[in-house]
Ligand binder design. Structure first.
Ligand code: PEP
Ligand code: MG
Length: 845
């Protein structure tokens, strides 16, 4: 008969008790890790709830476990998501393996810092060894640190309760851990819980150390970090299934989002990882063969307290001044507008009143200039990241970059120049715009990063320098040894490790062919885009300024298929006046002339691109909020003013007005009525053509109804893909999946075209898919009448049209509509492309 003993657990903190069910984190509230209690702390020292040994103390200091002599294990976890603070705000007072007394102080934490930087301060005390307990106080209300809280019932284990399973140990392959913070409490709990579902005895191995995979504390004690090579072993009847299941779970991140999982198979032999190709997304096209150079950030030591307030203020002012000058130098030497704009934006950040106010306020509290500046930029960058907008998250990268620039100037730290070998392929968690702009392109052939997106400033700079680059790679890339030979195939978003010579040679030959082809396309840019069987398609340009229109005309553009009018409205403090707008539209229309189409899209801004002079509530999901036509109809004066300005250029070009983000017929009707009223007031006899973007699935699905009331459609595949697949268009990890060639998107395009043609209306595509040569035969085959493309790609898209036969395009379009995935569509289009090139060569000769 087992006898029962008791153990009292003391409150590890003072604070307000809260039942576990109310903790806003399912890992804790579901008791996945263990049952226990939560305290909203009012004290800042975490104390031992019982005597025992510190069985695990997380390096980051946010979680600690104690095991007593009878095997009772209690985990304390300070705050929610505090693992992300990487130790900041925590002071560990004990060591792992140390014996502690009940009530002994274990960890001190800075509640103010945590309150600002973590999701919550709620602190958990969980009985992970799962002894039943009763509460010694009500489960709500105030408790004092050291007050008895729980009474655990310890049933003595009968001898030989569980004997170890027998048999040969099976091992998984080695797997590289992708979780950004290693197996901390949350993923470790998920893993242990899954392991408990098997009878087999299971271990998780990290180098020489191993842990019982069914014990959360043992897993945490392995102190794994991202990039660690792990293996799972199991003995027992269901060992094979256990390894397969757990390996898949580990590869998928144990409930956390991780990049590209690596799935392992159960094998009895230990094998090294056999990674050959790492996949990300193309940030800047091209390819290069070189050697890995891992680059890591310099960490800067900053003293918290300053000398004298006036001195510290001067330090900050000097740092800001020198940074502004350095940025001006970068603007002046920029090779293009895009590059200069980035550093101009950085200069503006340095003048931001709220950043400066925060920094000066901290100096007034006695902090050093460096501390004050770092605090203010980091807090603001964190805020940007939390707002849920991909655009603001990217601005957080810019802010961190300028923040670091000024900090180094305040501290007098020279940028330690990277010692780079020839033919370097840089690998980094994330590069900043400043680092990218400062790259020695005589040595750096390209770069590959884990963070960043195809629309980030770093990607824009890479394109400006013509440096191939991939972003969104799995974190395994950070464990590649410097010096490893790699082939950076940015066009395909692939980093190939130790590639074969034949692969390198093939790629170099392909590059040479591409150069020759590009030269020929430029020479023939002025020719019409007629298919081999004689069908003409209009190739127009996506533009956002007069110089771009001029460049488009020089490259053979046949009109403007999308004028993104936002450029007139963004980054200013007041709305553009009627005269300013009218002058711009007229100059653009004049550059095109009366024979060419000018499609002006009305203002498409909103939550993700806010206007300072249009105050709006912040939105949890800006892409699903007050964007485009919705915003304009809510601010009718803004839209009426824009209509009046656009109408002033009627007659100078073939004017078309296009409404963005339309999802309801009533939006179209309201806008049309306003346009008619404005035209009437201006005494115009003929209305310009009015069309809508098809970029919301609702509009595509109801295209038959819209078609009766519009003059044209233009399909915005960027947003149409985002909304159809429910994938943020700028999400770095989803970039390779958010593919406009997904059959769901293609079916919407097909039905839109059908509906428009049934009403005799034309359909263009102005999303990025139109600029992808691979997609051209498909779009023509689906019946699209016009392709509006990115300016530099006009010659290549025209050349592609000249190479295809419309009947073949129709056949391939029908074929891919019934495929299952974007990958299958890509494969089919690649095959078609190869045969089309061969047949056009045969015809040419
Ligand atoms: C689109 O969504 O495809 C589009 C062309 O509009 P934008 O990229 O400006 O949102
Ligand atoms: Mg759009």
């Amino acid at each position: 008969m087992p006898t029962t003993q008791h153990l009292q657990l003391l409150a590890p903190l003072s604070g307000v008790l809260m039942p576990l069910d109310q903790v806003p984190d399912p890992v804790f509230s579901s008791r996945l890790i263990g049952d226990g209690l939560c305290i909203d702390p009012t004290s800042q020292t975490l104390c031992a709830p019982m005597a025992g040994v510190i069985s695990n103390l997380q390096r980051s200091g946010h979680a600690v476990s104690i095991t007593d002599d009878r095997g009772v294990q209690v985990l304390m976890h300070i705050g929610l998501d505090t693992v992300n603070l990487a130790g900041k705000g925590f002071t560990r007072l004990v060591e792992e393996g140390q014996r502690v007394e009940a009530g002994q102080a274990l960890i001190e934490f800075d509640a103010d810092y945590l309150a600002l930087h973590a999701r919550s301060l709620l602190t958990l005390m969980l009985v992970v060894s799962a002894e039943p307990f009763s509460l010694l106080t009500p489960d709500t209300g105030l408790v004092e640190s050291g007050q008895p809280l729980l009474r655990l019932n310890l049933a003595e284990q009968p001898a030989n309760a569980a004997s170890a399973p027998e048999g040969e140990a099976l091992f998984s392959r080695q797997m590289i851990l992708s979780n950004p913070n290693g197996l901390h409490a949350r993923p470790a709990a998920v893993f242990a819980q899954a392991a408990k579902g098997f009878a087999a005895s299971i271990c998780l191995h990290k180098q020489q150390a191993s842990a019982n995979a069914k014990s959360l504390v043992a897993i945490m004690a392995l102190q794994t970090v991202q990039g660690d090579a792990l293996q799972i072993s199991a003995v027992g009847e269901d060992a094979e299934l256990a390894i397969k299941t757990l390996a898949e779970l580990l590869a998928a991140g144990c409930g956390e989002a991780v990049a590209a999982p690596v799935v392992s198979e159960p094998v009895a032999v230990v094998e090294a990882p056999s990674l050959k190709v790492l996949r990300g997304v193309c940030a800047s096209p091209g390819s290069a063969f070189g050697r890995v150079v891992q680059v890591a950030e310099q960490s800067l030591e900053v003293a918290e307290f300053g000398a004298d307030q006036a001195v510290e203020r001067r330090h900050l002012e000097r740092g800001l001044f020198q940074a502004t000058q350095a940025l001006q130098g970068l603007c002046d030497n920029a090779t293009g507008d895009a590059q200069a704009e980035i550093f101009k934006a950085h200069q503006q950040l340095l003048e931001d009143p709220s950043l400066l106010e925060q920094a000066y306020a901290l100096i007034a509290e006695g902090k050093s200039a460096a501390f004050a500046w770092r605090n203010s930029t980091e807090a603001t960058a964190e805020l940007f990241k939390k707002l849920g907008s991909a655009l603001l998250a990217e601005r957080a990268v810019d802010l961190a970059d300028v923040g670091e620039r000024v900090l180094k100037l305040i501290l007098g730290v020279q940028d330690s120049a990277w010692v780079l070998p020839e033919q370097a392929i840089l690998i980094a968690e994330q590069l900043t715009p400043s680092q990218t702009a400062g790259l020695d392109t005589s040595k750096v052939l390209g770069f590959a990063t884990v963070g960043g997106g195809a629309t980030s400033h770093v990607a824009i700079l890479a394109r400006a320098f013509g440096l191939p680059a991939i972003c969104g790679l799995p974190t395994q890339v950070l464990s590649l040894a410097s010096g490893t030979q790699v082939l950076l195939d940015a066009d395909n978003g692939e980093l190939q490790l130790d590639p074969d010579l034949a692969v390198i040679e093939q790629l170099q030959a392909k590059r040479q062919q591409q150069r020759l082809r590009h030269q020929r396309e430029l020479e023939q840019a002025g020719l019409a885009a007629c298919t081999r069987d004689g069908h003409h398609f209009e190739v127009t340009a996506n533009v956002a300024s007069l110089p771009e229109v001029e460049q488009a005309m020089a490259l053979g553009g046949e009109g403007v298929g999308l004028l993104r009018s936002e450029f007139l409205y963004l980054e200013r403090n007041t709305a553009p006046s009627h005269d300013e707008q009218a002058a711009t539209y007229s100059a653009i229309a004049r550059a095109l002339g009366p024979e060419r189409n000018l499609v002006v899209r009305t203002l498409d801004v909103g939550g993700d691109k806010p206007l300072t002079y249009v105050p709006m509530d912040s939105e949890a999901n800006p892409f699903l909020g007050m964007r485009g036509i919705r915003l304009c109809l809510e601010r009718p004066e803004l839209l009426r003013e824009q209509f009046r300005a656009i109408l002033s250029c009627a007659g100078l070009a073939r004017l078309h007005i296009m409404l963005p983000m339309v999802s309801q017929l009533s939006e179209l009707r309201q806008a049309r009525q306003m346009l008619e009223e404005e035209a009437l007031a201006l005494g115009l006899k003929a209305l310009p053509k009015l069309g809508i973007m098809i970029e919301v699935p609702a509009a595509a699905l109801m295209a038959d109804l819209f078609a009766a009331e519009v003059d044209f459609f233009s399909i915005g595949t960027n947003d149409l893909t985002q909304y159809t697949l429910a994938m943020d268009r700028d999400h770095p990890r989803l970039a390779s999946q958010a593919d406009s060639l997904h059959p769901a998107v293609l079916r919407l395009i097909a039905s839109t075209v059908k509906a428009a043609h049934a009403h005799g209306k034309w359909v263009g595509v102005c999303g990025a898919l139109a600029s992808e040569a691979l997609a051209v035969p498909l779009l023509l085959g689906l019946g699209v009448d016009e392709l509006s493309v990115s300016v530099p790609l006009i010659p290549s898209i025209k050349a592609t049209i000249r190479e295809v036969d419309l009947r073949e395009c129709q056949a391939i379009a029908q074929q891919v509509l019934s495929l299952e995935s974007a990958e299958q569509v890509r494969e089919a289009l690649h095959r078609h492309q190869q045969t089309a090139v061969v047949s056009s060569l045969v015809l040419e000769n």
